[in-house]
Every structure is written in C-alpha cells, then in structure tokens.
Design a protein around this ligand. Structure first.
Ligand code: AMP
Ligand code: GLY
Length: 423
C-alpha cells in the first residue's frame, strides 16, 4: 500500500516511521516533509491541495494522513473526498472544533459538555461587562488559529480588558482576534487525551502529558511543546471513564447531529479540577510531541488504524499498545520560540545506537551534501521506550549526549510531575 503524509514536523516523521515498519505499507510520500523524511520515503513539493489529490490518483496512493491543523481547517479532506480518495482527518466543517474557539465553546454548551463559563463576542463592551463579573485571573482567547499563542491569562481586570480590546481591534492577532472568548480561569492540572475517531466509533489512546513552557519548572514562554510522555499516572480508569462518557461520546454524537461528523484525531485538552474533567479546548489532529510518543508505543498496525478510522471500520479494530512507557525530549534551536535561528550543522555520534529502544524523530531539519542542518524551531526529538518513565527518561537524556548542534536547547525535567507522583 502507498501512503501520503501531509506535514513537515516531528509528528509527521513519527507517523512515517511507524508506517515504515508496517507490513502493509510499501511506499511513503511526504508533502512537504523535511530534510530527514527522505530517509523514510519521498518528499513532494506540491502545495496546492487539488494538485496533491491528483498526484494521489495518478500514483495509486491508498491512504493520506494529515498531520497539522492548517490544511484541515483549509478543507484538504473535503477536496480529497470529492475525488474519492481515502484520507484520515476531519472535514473543514468538523475542523471548526479547532479552527474557531467561538464555535468550539458554543458546541460544548449546546451538547452539555463540561467547560469553563464563558462569553464569545466581537463586541468590546460585552467582553468588558463579562470581565467585570468574573473573579481573577481571567482568560482571554482569540477566536481563530494563532499557532498556540492566542491565549492570555490576565492577572488584573485591566489587563483582561486591554487584551480583549487589542484582539478585537486586530492589533494583537489580526483577523484571528475579530471574535474573542473570555472565560473563567480553571485551577487544576492539564491532561491531553487523544481519541482516534471514524465518525461514530473511537479508540482512546494512552493519556499523554506535554510540557508547553520553554524552560524547566514550567517557566519561560509558551511553545508548541518541549517534551511529552505517556501513559501518565495522572489518570486512572475512573477518570478515563468520565472523559469517555462526558466528553468523547457526546462530542461524536453532537458533531454528527450538526452534520459535521468527526473523523480523525480528536485531541481533548482537559483541565482536571477536583477529579472532574473540564474541556479547555479541542484540537483536530495529533499533538506534537505527544504523537511521537504514542507512535513509539503503538504495537498494532498504524496503517490499519488510520485506514479503518478513515473508512468507518474502527469497530472491527483491535488496537494494541506496548505495555511500556514512552518519553520524548524536544531539542529546539537557539532562538526558539522568539525568532529564527542561524542554520547549524547537526552531528550525531554513532554510539547513540548502543542505547536500546531509543530513536530520533526529526522536525526542523534540512539536508545538504549528505549532512543534516538544524533550520530553526523545534529541530528534533529523542524518543525512548522503556519499562518505566524513569528509565525512559534516562535513556533519552543519555542519547542527547551524542547529539550536537550550535544553540541546541532542551528541558532537563521532562516527566517531572509523573516522577514526583511516584515518590
Ligand atoms: P488553549 O489553547 O485554549 O488550550 O489554551 C492554552 C493554554 O492556556 C492551556 O493549555 C492552559 O494552560 C491555559 N488555559 C486555557 N484556558 C484556560 C482556563 N479557562 N483556565 C486555566 N488555564 C487555561
Ligand atoms: N503539543 C501540543 C500541540 O501540538 O498543540
């Protein structure tokens, strides 16, 4: 079978790596891929979705898997389906769960799915009145996609009002801030739960924990994610059941009811407040770096999983995960997440191969004359699988000693909450 993966990050690399080792898969294509995905398959330089779909027809691509949110929000799935292609991901309508926070909040309210008290508006005085009615801190969010930066946690009412004003007049996030969501602050711990969905059926994956801040002890600016591990001890059977019954099932049912059936990865960002799951947000794709960890833990066929999810057959799938723990440490470039970084040559000592069940997932890299260069952003991840979180972490940090490029930075404390939990 031939597969196309849309995207260019570590997430897409890790899906490619899982498929590379899959007995059903023959050829893998990436659009656009990165400097290392060429080791797993062929990179395509086709940006137009119609043309990409035509490529799939001409080259007998059996399945397309979409990694990032932007093509989904743009409607790549609708375009492919119109041409009778099999594609994994939500339609443009269903992708509104991530593409518009106002849509998402209204959906949660309509279907009685627990979420923070809120108002969504494009009118400043409405936002201001609601801010006056809330306790501090107060959360202000831009409606549209802002690459994870559209959320302000304001410590004073003035700051909340100022943020709402700047979002609404387009100063802060342009068009993405034309509507805002203002909501109460939830005090708890965060958890990401992923469900692979086929519109009706779903498979819940082991819960993962991301580390969004740049620096140790959750300090510094927000990033796309600096490391993750799974499964996390911060969840138990009772909580999984609550999440399934109160969030996953009503979400799929509700989306079907509003004719926006959800197929793809439902990424549920939760705040757990006194043992109760409350939805912060949905994303309509895998998290990155969570995906790298989940792919490393997946034991059954990744091809079959994504194919069955794309063709409404998940009810016939027996998904299996290794009875182990996975952990990924992200290595980012010098100026991440503030600005671009100078290109830097990556060196990897062969001794890295002596560390078992550990691999590199490549993201912001470019190949030139047989060498790999860090090109900025999140550059690569060291992913380890082991019998417990502590030893997975030790392996990742050991492997990191063999990787070098100018300006490389990474967190030294991935999974600290899990390790504290076991103390
Ligand atoms: P979001 O993009 O909505 O997930 O928000 C990004 C981050 O802001 C979340 O991962 C949380 O850390 C934080 N956040 C968002 N909404 C709230 C809330 N209502 N209460 C507390 N923290 C929040
Ligand atoms: N790691 C979080 C995200 O991909 O949004």
């Amino acid at each position: 079978m031939n597969v196309l993966i849309v995207g260019n990050g570590g997430r897409e690399y890790s899906i490619g790596l899982a498929l590379k080792n899959d007995k059903f898969v023959k050829n893998i294509f990436f659009a656009p891929g990165n400097g290392a995905t060429t080791k797993l398959g062929t990179n395509l330089d086709i940006k137009d979705y119609e043309k990409l779909a035509d490529f799939c027809i001409e080259n007998s691509i059996n399945l397309t898997i979409v990694g990032p949110e932007q093509p989904l929000v743009d409607g790549i799935v609708d375009i492919f389906k119109q041409k009778n292609l099999t594609i994994y991901g939500p339609s443009k309508n269903a992708a509104r769960l991530e593409g518009s926070k106002a849509f998402m909040k209204n959906f949660l309210k309509q279907f009685n799915i627990p979420t923070a008290k809120y108002i969504e508006t494009s009118n400043y005085s409405e936002a201001e009145n609601f801010i006056d009615s809330l306790d501090l801190p107060i959360v202000v969010k831009a409606d549209g996609l802002c690459a994870g930066k559209g959320v302000i946690i304001a410590k004073t009412k003035d700051e909340a009002k100022q943020s709402a004003k700047e979002m609404l007049n387009g100063d802060m996030f342009g068009k993405s801030g034309e509507r805002v969501v203002v909501e109460e602050f939830l005090d708890g711990y965060e958890l990401s739960v992923f469900a692979i969905c086929d519109g009706e059926n779903y498979k819940i994956l082991p819960a993962a924990q991301d580390h969004k801040r740049l620096l140790d002890n959750d300090e510094g600016p927000n990033t796309g994610g600096m490391g993750a591990y799974a499964p996390t001890p911060l969840i138990n059977e009772e909580l999984y059941k609550k999440i399934e019954d109160r969030v996953v099932k009503p979400t799929l049912k509700g989306m079907k009811e509003i004719e926006s059936e959800f197929c793809g990865t439902l990424f549920i960002g939760l705040m757990i407040v006194k043992g109760e799951p409350i939805v912060l947000e949905y994303n309509v794709r895998f998290g990155d770096p969570e995906c790298e960890v989940l792919m490393a833990l997946l034991e059954s066929s990744a091809y079959e999983l994504f194919l069955k999810a794309s063709t409404k057959q998940l009810d016939t799938l027996d998904i299996k995960f290794k009875d182990k723990f996975g952990l990924a440490v992200v290595v980012a470039s010098k100026n991440y997440p503030y600005k671009n970084s100078p290109k830097a040559k990556i060196t990897i000592d062969d001794k890295i191969s002596t560390i078992s069940d550990t691999h590199i997932s490549f993201a912001g890299v470019e190949a030139e004359d047989g060498e790999l260069y860090a090109t900025g952003g999140r550059v690569l991840l060291v992913v380890s699988v082991s019998d417990d979180i502590k030893s997975a972490r030790e392996k990742s940090y050991e492997a990191l000693k063999f990787i070098n490029f100018d300006g490389a930075q990474y967190r030294k404390d991935i999974a600290y909450q899990a390790l504290k939990f076991h103390e």
